[in-house]
Design a protein around this ligand. Structure first.
Ligand code: AMP
Length: 432
């Protein structure tokens, strides 16, 4: 099926072809015709499935249908709510890209950016607003924004917005929108909370499901390294250094942990940057740009900061800490293996995190392959009632082009602490 067969306009087809897309992705195939027909849509689509174009393309076309070029100032006719600033920036860029040949205007309303500038932008008027909920509520509260003309509302990554506690903001915002509107809700997972939100906001929605919820991408090979907490950093440096990984997204649990690991990796001679919520918007953008253009090989990020990052063909994701919420495992590893490319997701799991691994495997309904010999002292990841795990031998490791530390004679990670050194062929001792 071609994009033209979906009923998209010439201007949009031109922009799509500039992007080099030839075939719509499954979510685009399923959602676009319904959105063009004016239906509410509830879409279960993970990041990386092409969901952004899936709602942006028909949204632009619908807005063009009722477009009045003489309307001054422009009225906000479409509102896209997203959980993070980074995702807002990506959606904003997508709207600009796909709408390159259309006269529609878009503004981005996010925290961390100048509020006065945003007030001026809102006074000037625009057709579309992409917003994070907190800053939008601030503008609503101060009456800087008029949402009376909104015809289309999109909630992107709605599950994450709920995880981040934005439900009250979402409700407040929706209370300010016309009841008569088209609503699209995109979510990677379907919790009971999401179902309740959908029931509240959508009218007779068409359900679109492209990847079964709670299933990770087939293009991602996953491996678990059972490793003592204190050896994680050396193993990570080793894996990056010995495999010459050039682009690795590393997830940690806390902001402090992100800063600490970034410093440690830098000491190990690995160019790194940290991305977390305590950084200014400027610092976050800079870290992301450095990572995207290869100035740093490693981006150490917390879940919230990394949500929605779209980096083309990101080959490696590392869970340095396992997430507290099992669904985050799916979001994290969704950063790799996007749009058909393959990727590797590696989890460094300490015995203290065994229960988190158990929860993740329960959610996925499968076991994650474990590396039998990590080159470090063997640790047990058993949870009392956990069924036996799959143990992966050499084959799977070769898939990841990984060489275990003990295969590398005499290897010592740069500047690593002596007590965190991978054992070499000559040192078989298990004692620390
Ligand atoms: P998303 O799920 O919206 O984050 O999109 C993931 C990636 O897929 C983005 O880098 C898009 O540029 C890309 N993409 C979107 N639609 C298509 C398509 N039909 N063909 C190829 N790539 C696409």
């Amino acid at each position: 099926m071609s994009f033209a067969a979906l009923g998209l306009s010439e201007e949009l087809l031109k922009a799509i072809s500039t992007q080099g897309y030839t075939t719509p992705t499954p979510v685009q195939k399923q959602a676009i015709p319904h959105i063009l027909a004016g239906k509410d849509v509830l879409a279960g689509a993970q990041t990386g499935t092409g969901k952004t174009a899936g709602f942006t393309l028909p949204l632009l076309q619908r807005l063009m249908e009722g477009h009045d070029p003489h309307q001054k100032p422009r009225r906000i006719r479409a509102l896209v709510l997203v959980p993070t600033r980074e995702l807002a920036a990506q959606v904003f860029e997508s709207i600009k890209t796909y709408g390159a040949h259309l006269p529609l205007t878009t503004e981005m309303i996010i925290g961390g950016a100048s509020i006065n500038m945003q007030i001026r932008q809102l006074q000037r008027g625009c057709d579309i607003v992409v917003a994070t909920t907190g800053r939008l509520c601030d503008h609503m509260h101060e009456r800087h924004i008029n949402l009376n003309s909104v015809e289309m509302l999109v909630l992107d990554e709605a599950d994450r917005m709920l995880d981040m506690g934005f439900l009250p903001d979402i409700k407040r915002i929706c209370g300010n929108l016309p009841k008569q509107r088209q609503t699209l809700l995109f979510s990677a997972t379907y919790s009971s909370q999401i179902k309740a939100l959908a029931a509240q906001l959508l009218t007779n929605p068409i359900a679109v499901e492209v990847a079964k919820p709670n299933i990770t991408s087939e293009n991602v090979s996953e491996l678990v390294y059972g490793i003592a907490k204190e050896n994680k950093r050396a193993l990570l440096s080793y894996l990056i250094g010995s495999n010459n990984w050039q682009q690795v997204l590393v997830f940690v649990r806390t902001k402090h942990g992100a800063d600490r690991l970034e410093k440690q990796l830098t000491m190990d001679g690995i160019r790194s940057a940290a991305l977390h919520g305590d950084k200014t918007q400027g610092a976050r953008t800079k870290a992301l740009d450095f990572f995207k253009n290869g100035k740093v090989s490693v981006l150490v990020a917390t879940d919230i900061a990394a949500r929605g990052l779209d980096i083309d063909a990101l080959p490696h994701v590392v869970n340095y800490d396992l997430p507290q919420v099992p669904e985050d495992y799916i979001h994290r590893i969704g950063r790799t293996g996007r749009a058909g490319s393959s990727g590797a997701a590696i989890s460094l799991v300490s015995p203290e995190e065994s229960h988190l691994l158990f929860e993740i495997e329960k959610l996925l309904k499968r076991h994650l392959p474990q590396v039998a010999d990590t080159g470090y002292e063997v640790v047990s990841l058993k949870v009392a009632d956990m069924p036996k795990k799959v143990v992966v031998k050499e084959g799977a490791k070769k898939d990841l082009r990984h060489t275990k530390p003990s295969d590398k004679k005499g290897y010592v990670a740069r500047n690593q602490a002596p007590n965190a050194r991978p054992k070499t062929q000559g040192s078989r001792s298990r004692s620390r």
